[in-house]
Ligand binder design. Sequence first.
Ligand code: NDP
Length: 340
Amino acid sequence: MTNQQIVLKSRPVTHASEDNFALRTVPVPPLGDGEVLRRTLYLSLDPYMRGRMGSAASYAAGVPLDHVMIGGTVSQVIESTNPAFAPGDFVTGYDGWQEYHVSKGHDLRRLDPAVAPISTAIGVLGMPGMTAYVGLFDLGQPKAGETVVVSAASGAVGAIVGQLAKLTGCRVVGIAGAQEKCDYVVQELGFDACVSHYSDTLRDDLAAACPKGVDVYFENVGGKVFEAVFGLMNVHGRIPVCGTISEYNAPTPTSGPTLRALLTNRIMIRGFIVGEHAARQADFLRDCAQWIREGTLKYREDVVDGLAQAPSALLRLFDGRNFGKLLVRVSPDPSQATRG
Ligand code: NDP
């Protein structure tokens, strides 16, 4: 049996391109003792992958050249000599950009398709959802009546942040690119307002949408969007810094606001990495699975078919051509037939 893989061929200097990747076909290794062979059904594409394509020091090392690109996955077990997993099981893990993977399965978590569609394990009920949950609740600490602003508002993380803030009783203002995305977060997800970062009057648009200023800014974008929101922060405002996607393709960091304003307004600004908040996973899964069942938490997936499309699809994240949680359907999902 053969395994298609996508490996990192070269490192981008500025913008990532499809040429940084190569497709290769290798044999699937034989199954050893205590091992699990699984077929990838869904591969998650996420902005952090741009960082892993580089070699600059960060919170995680870059992917070595000629190695399979890292990525969260939902898979089905094909064969197993590990008593914890049986053929047919659905699991989530980090199998990367490939069709098959064999390992001891230490990092695998079994999924129940009756709880939610299994693709959600890499979206609203996976890393992006958990990021929204801990970033908003634990770092942002929103209170009813406060104003919460979130950038990349229609995306995998931002859409959940805004809805969780609404559940808390906050005024929620999104920032997104296209008008279609702004309409979606207001009309479908219930945000109070959304402004476009393409507007020449972004700062004024935001000020009009946030008449009482901003108490929590959930930062996903950085750059000029950050500067526009920063000037509206209230005393004792909080800024969980989740991501700065506008800077990921830049060779050097872009400018930011002055530290004096942070001091004068006693603003708490704190970066975080979702992987360091694993202790909250049980709370997150309990709450968000329930809100999805009740229909209070909505999510949108942007599904691309075929592993070979992964490189071009990844690039969509950096100019807003994704709309919702971006994922690749690597193989047909057999659980969909049983869900009806
Ligand atoms: P999204 O699904 O939101 O997709 C990325 C979106 O970012 C695009 O659709 C686009 O939306 C917006 N964007 C891209 N480039 C720019 C730009 N130059 N200026 C303004 N907006 C831009 O991605 P995710 O929800 O998966 O990730 C959102 C952020 O969260 C990222 O910064 C990511 O790195 C971060 N993150 C951090 C984690 C952590 O542990 N700290 C974990 C997970 C994610 P639009 O069309 O609206 O402009």
